[in-house]
Ligand binder design. Structure first.
Ligand SMILES: Cc1cc2nc3c(=O)[nH]c(=O)nc-3n(C[C@H](O)[C@H](O)[C@H](O)COP(=O)(O)O)c2cc1C
Length: 171
């Protein structure tokens, strides 16, 4: 059973969450973690998970990634490609189990979520959502993550693995 976790990350927080989600999946899946800029292919995977930072209430665009680069030091190549563009150019997913997470600032009443948008795109491609979109919180624009979020990400990965396996048995 193979899982692919694809992340986009300007400042590294979503990348850290992706690795913790992968840790959580690792008991049940052979997991590959990939940066979106490497354009990983979901062909042949049993579970596709995408993660992205929330930008302007949704998934990043080239302009918001350029904005991010004005706010702090961004990871090499991070401006090149986002999850939105990867999914826009993706082949159909034909029933592949999918899930999405994001990072967003730790404030009440901040609307919008990159993960919700990503899950809509994944469903539009024919993916079958295993869990609702999930958000992990950062303390400010460039991070760091709120204490405990990496543990919560690992637990979410475990729950995701269990849900994906249970859904398989009911097909
Ligand atoms: C241009 C820009 C727009 C942003 N818009 C939002 C937003 O609408 N809602 C939110 O909660 N956080 C917003 N943020 C904060 C990001 O979610 C935060 O930078 C991100 O979670 C950090 O993850 P990363 O280190 O993986 O890039 C924005 C950040 C940038 C740079």
């Amino acid at each position: 059973m193979k899982a692919l976790v694809v992340y986009e990350s300007m400042f590294g927080n979503t990348a850290d969450v992706a690795r913790s989600v992968a840790d959580g999946l690792a008991g049940a899946f052979e997991v590959t973690v990939a940066d979106v800029r490497d354009r990983p292919s979901p062909a042949g995977v049993d579970l596709l998970v995408v993660g992205a930072p929330t930008h302007a209430f949704g998934l990043s665009r080239p302009a918001t990634r350029a904005d991010a680069a004005q706010q702090g030091e961004v990871r090499e190549g991070a401006q090149e490609l986002g999850i939105r563009e990867l999914l826009d150019g993706s082949a159909r997913l034909a029933g592949t189990p999918v899930a999405a997470f994001d990072t967003k600032v730790n404030k009440a009443y901040v609307p919008g979520s990159a993960a919700r948008k990503a899950l809509r795109l994944l469903r539009g491609l024919g993916g079958r959502a295993v869990l609702p979109a999930e958000s992990f919180r950062v303390t400010g624009m460039t991070g760091p993550l709120v204490a405990g979020e990496l543990d919560r990400a690992r637990q979410w990965g475990q729950t995701l693995a269990a849900s994906a396996l249970a859904a398989r048995q009911h097909v």
